[in-house]
Design a protein around this ligand. Structure first.
Ligand SMILES: *[C@@H]1O[C@H](CO)[C@@H](O)[C@H](O)[C@H]1NC(C)=O
Ligand SMILES: *[C@@H]1O[C@H](CO)[C@@H](O)[C@H](O)[C@H]1NC(C)=O
Ligand SMILES: *[C@@H]1O[C@H](CO)[C@@H](O)[C@H](O)[C@H]1NC(C)=O
Ligand SMILES: *[C@@H]1O[C@H](CO)[C@@H](O)[C@H](O)[C@H]1NC(C)=O
Ligand SMILES: *[C@@H]1O[C@H](CO)[C@@H](O)[C@H](O)[C@H]1NC(C)=O
Ligand SMILES: *[C@@H]1O[C@H](CO)[C@@H](O)[C@H](O)[C@H]1NC(C)=O
Length: 483
């Protein structure tokens, strides 16, 4: 045997050993937080969030109205009375949830066209109805009641068929109306019957069956992580589960964990700090500005325009976040046309400008020092660091002034999707004035926002002195946010 190949064999034996004896995480946050986040998540930047469930049946303003129809909202009580009759109970929404037009492959086509790289489906919301035929939710699941289908399995299959797309599950730890939960709560969470018989078996079942790459936890805010046994579950997820190498988790695992612990941080809904923020975070927000769930009274006006979606995305990605855009499907399983159109328009923009977004890193400057409406990303390759400026409005007089980039003799500035480099010159106070040419309409790369790619800047490499944000704990939830 040649010495070289013997060496190689020993080397690969050692590599093999270290691969099989990977780090074992212990069920405490110090250990779990030390796990490197699987790279696909940060690279993806854009995900789709789907709030779908029994609240989609009345589709009245928000899930919150649906849950509290007995006492809090008299207008909703009237609505239920008028539409479903006087003796209607919450459970009666089950058989009215049909999903008859549900076409998971059609959904996956829309999500792929939107430029999203992952999809997070609500598999169980706070009412406890599981969207899969769970063995721990007897007669209160989509297999036994309503659609009589495994809605989770069908979407998991459709999304996983797409190249470069990941499937994820949203799961609510608590359930408003579950007697086991109510009993534990009465005992000040000294008993864990609900966690032992419902939450945990259900989470293991979800992961083992559907192998999600995101476990997006919610409904955490009434009790601590120790009640939920969150760290035990996550240790299993990272050490032994079928998705241990690819799965990512969020930070909603107890009323003491938001913006403190977990794979990536959501903090509160629509979190968008406007400055560089670490560790990895995600801005979960809604296309319909007023609700997470489908509602019958949604108007075009209520839905964010493509420019608004790109704006939130630019703010988010340049500050180190991912964007999770929510659309609420209807009870009969449709993504309504206005959502589909917005997602497809957003995706058309991403097709031209995705180079600035996917796999990008925050630059040393987030919003421009001169023009705050311009947001930066960056990307390193063998030739240096390219800096991308996302321009949300076409500049007045066709000249864009920027304060952060320092140009040099070799600097090139181009618009993504357009061939010819742009002219630029030095402006006052060390700014750069970039001249937007008269681009013929058929050659215009985008209409809603534009990206300037700048190479060979003098300050492309300025180091980033940002220190990780530690313990910026936020109090969970402003309930009104559920509107
Ligand atoms: C429920 O249990 C049965 C019997 O063990 C099993 O065949 C089925 O796959 C389980 N369902 C789920 C959703 O795991
Ligand atoms: C919580 O985890 C502890 C330690 O692993 C275990 O002893 C206990 O049974 C778990 N409780 C529940 C409700 O899962
Ligand atoms: C967090 O949950 C615990 C029960 O586990 C409860 O006693 C405490 O009041 C909660 N804290 C907050 C801030 O809600
Ligand atoms: C580096 O620049 C050269 C010359 O402009 C180009 O051909 C090459 O594709 C660039 N490399 C990368 C990784 O972009
Ligand atoms: C340049 O800076 C000065 C002093 O801060 C300010 O008064 C002036 O408006 C600036 N000019 C431009 C074009 O920004
Ligand atoms: C322009 O940049 C130079 C070099 O960094 C600096 O010395 C000077 O103060 C700057 N001028 C203004 C007006 O900011």
């Amino acid at each position: 045997m040649e010495a070289k190949s013997a060496f190689l064999q020993i080397f690969s034996f050692i590599v093999g050993l270290s691969a099989t004896h990977a780090v074992t995480y212990t069920p405490d946050w110090k250990s779990l937080d030390s796990r490197p986040l699987p790279a696909w998540y940060d690279e993806s930047k854009i995900g789709i969030f789907l709030h779908w469930g029994l609240f989609s049946v009345p589709a009245y303003r928000s899930a919150w109205f649906v849950y509290f129809y007995n006492h809090k909202y008299p207008d909703y009580v009237q609505f239920v009375h008028d539409n479903y009759g006087p003796d209607f109970t919450f459970a009666d929404f089950g058989p009215r949830f049909h999903a008859s037009f549900y076409n998971p492959d059609g959904w996956a086509d829309i999500f792929e066209a939107s430029g999203a790289k992952y999809v997070v489906l609500v598999t169980k919301h706070h009412e406890g109805f599981t969207m899969w035929p769970s063995n721990y939710s007897w007669n209160w699941n989509a297999g036994d009641v309503g659609p009589k289908r495994d809605l989770v399995a069908e979407l998991a299959t459709a999304v996983k068929k797409k190249k470069d797309m990941h499937f994820g599950v949203y799961h609510s730890l608590f359930e408003f109306f579950n007697p086991l939960y109510i009993a534990d709560k009465k005992n000040n969470y000294r008993t864990q019957e609900f966690v032992r018989r419902k939450t945990m078996p259900e989470l293991y079942e979800l992961v083992n069956n559907y192998k999600p790459d995101v476990v997006w936890s919610d409904g955490d805010w009434e009790a601590e992580d120790t009640y939920w046994n969150s760290t035990e579950f996550i240790a299993w997820l990272y050490n032994e589960s079928p998705v241990k190498d690819t799965v990512v988790t969020n930070d909603r695992w107890g009323n003491n964990t938001r913006c403190r612990h977990g794979g990536f941080w959501n903090c509160n809904d629509r979190f968008n700090p406007g400055k560089l923020f670490t560790p990895k975070w995600e801005n979960c927000m809604t296309v319909d500005k007023r609700a997470w769930t489908h509602r019958r009274d949604v108007t075009a006006e209520d839905c964010r325009s493509v420019n608004e979606l790109i704006t939130v995305m630019a703010e988010t990605v340049s500050c180190g976040g991912n964007l999770l855009m929510n659309v609420g499907p209807t009870a009969d399983g449709r993504i309504i046309p206005i959502f589909e159109q917005r997602l497809r328009q957003f995706g058309a923009w991403m097709k031209v400008n995705g180079e600035a977004i996917y796999k990008s890193k925050p630059w040393h400057t987030q919003s421009d020092t001169f023009d705050k409406s311009v947001w930066y990303t960056s990307k390193k390759d063998a030739n240096g660091t390219s800096v991308y400026a996302i321009i949300l409005t076409w500049p007045e007089y066709d000249v864009q002034t920027l304060g952060a980039p320092i140009t040099g003799p070799n600097t090139v500035i181009k618009m993504l999707g357009y061939d010819k480099p742009f002219k630029f010159y030095a402006g006052l106070n060390n700014t750069t004035e970039i001249v937007f040419p008269n681009i013929p309409v058929p050659l215009m790369p985008s209409y809603d926002a534009w990206v300037l790619k700048m190479t060979n800047l003098e300050n492309q490499h300025v180091p980033n002195h940002h220190k990780p944000d530690k313990d910026v704990f936020v109090k969970p939830i402003d309930m009104v946010d559920f509107l």
